[in-house]
Write a protein that binds this ligand. Structure first.
Ligand code: CO
Length: 435
């Protein structure tokens, strides 16, 4: 339960991707890893750890081995979750009496789960400084907003199915008529600057729900943003717990914007990972050929949560390739390679997990249903290495509050740590020497 407590604390202080990345960076810094900036010259030492952020919402950390940097062991997860983003003109007035916030959806959430619960505001604000401008993170961190349901008396058919409209049904109530023009003031106050110094922002609303352990024997947990902060947190714990690598580079990537297709300058569909790998090689005085050779012996775990069999709708999943909470790391397969796992990458991971006696299970979508995509194949178009898609089984993905298994976190951290502590050498295509 120690890891569950740690995960809840991490999620609670990570209401947005910006905060999640900041909290990852804090732990990396506390562990002695050095913060780099993309705008500076990198001087890297063997045996030391580093990390670099892009857009303050994606981070890549890496540990340089004492020996040869002849491969990469990469774990990737995502920092963002579906949420509502506040539009630039933030306020809406209703009959001169109510002030709402004007929001649009970021990613694909279950609308109904956002109603009738306290919500707050967090994100990034860019403020004027003497020399130019500076981005800061804010969290209003109090019960502030609600998206009220329409009473059943005014919509008797709601339980027969209802189509929510993002423009009309989802606007949160911010206050009465006195709240008009109050939002920017609140943002400036939270930031500790005068209103005119707020130059730009990326602000989201988030549910004010703390993680809780539920179930007959405490076997389940309920929390916002388990997709994908559970995997991001597991990756961080494993990265910090892994042995100092003798050879090969351990790398942890937490990417923003997975929920909107990853196509941003900091997402998995950017050059961020490729750029960092190239710069590691340049700083270590390696040749371009060394980089190609290292790629052949590299593996990536693309970690994003998976759908557990639903208790009310078991028919939604394949009869055999289906997964349950607390039954171990999920390895995901898809013939069309929306999940990257193939015979080679699966074999590599099976061998590793069997050796450590860490439970695992296999997932594939029903053959007549399309599943969701994730990071692995998108990242693979920039950095083409052996990859497998993994995750932990959960229910209610993209709800404001999701359910997962309390025992699985230990399975994932154990499996990821074993991965970082492993070595791979690929002398020829199809043959691997594993240590
Ligand atoms: Co996800």
């Amino acid at each position: 339960m120690e890891n569950v407590k740690g995960l809840f604390a991490f999620i609670e202080k990570s209401p947005t991707a910006f905060h999640a990345v900041e909290n990852v960076c804090r732990e990396l810094e506390a562990s002695g890893r050095k913060r780099l900036s993309e705008g500076e010259k990198w001087e890297l030492e063997k045996g030391r750890g580093y990390f670099v952020t892009r857009n303050m919402s994606s981070v890549i950390a890496f540990d340089i081995p004492e020996g040869e940097a002849d491969s990469f062991r990469i774990i990737a997860a995502h920092s963002d979750s579906p949420a509502f983003k506040i539009k630039e003109n933030a306020e809406l007035s209703v009959r001169g009496k109510y002030t709402q916030l004007n929001v649009e959806k970021y990613g694909g959430m279950l609308f109904s789960t956002w109603f009738d619960r306290p919500l707050s505001v967090a994100g990034r604000v860019v403020v004027r400084t003497e020399k130019g401008m500076e981005a800061r993170l804010i969290d209003v961190d109090r019960d502030l907003l609600v998206i009220p349901n329409v009473a059943i008396h005014m919509n008797r058919e709601i339980n027969d199915g209802f189509k929510y409209n993002a423009q009309t049904d989802m606007m949160p109530l911010f206050g009465d008529e006195t709240a008009k023009d109050g939002f920017k003031k609140l943002v400036a106050e939270t930031c500790g600057v005068p209103e005119e110094d707020v130059l730009g922002c990326d602000l989201f609303i988030y549910p004010r729900i703390k993680g809780s352990v539920i179930g007959h024997e405490g076997e389940y947990m309920l929390s916002p943003r388990l997709d994908d902060l559970e995997c991001a947190y597991s990756g961080l714990r494993a990265f910090l717990a892994a042995k100092k690598p003798e050879s090969g580079v351990n790398m942890l990537c937490v990417f923003d914007n997975e929920e909107v297709g990853s196509g941003t300058k900091q997402g998995a569909d950017s050059t961020f990972l490729y750029d960092v790998m190239q710069r590691v090689f340049i700083a270590l005085g390696k040749s371009p050929e060394d980089a190609f050779r290292a790629a052949a012996s590299s593996f990536m775990l693309s970690a994003d949560n998976a759908h557990a069999v639903h208790p009310n709708h078991p028919e939604k999943t394949d009869a055999e390739n289906c997964v349950f909470m607390n039954e171990g790391i999920v390895i995901k397969f898809n013939a069309n390679q929306r999940y990257t796992t193939d015979g080679v990458s699966a074999a590599f991971f099976h061998r590793l997990l069997k050796e450590k006696e860490i439970p695992f299970q296999h997932f594939a979508n029903r053959s007549d249903a399309a599943g969701g995509g994730t990071l692995g194949n998108i990242s693979g178009s920039h950095v083409s290495i052996n990859t497998l898609d993994i995750g932990l089984a959960q229910l209610a993905m993209h709800s404001a509050c999701e359910t997962a298994g309390t025992k699985d976190l230990d399975h994932m951290i154990g499996g990821m740590t074993a991965f970082y502590d492993s070595t791979v050498k690929a002398p020829r295509d199809g043959e691997f020497i594993l240590g």
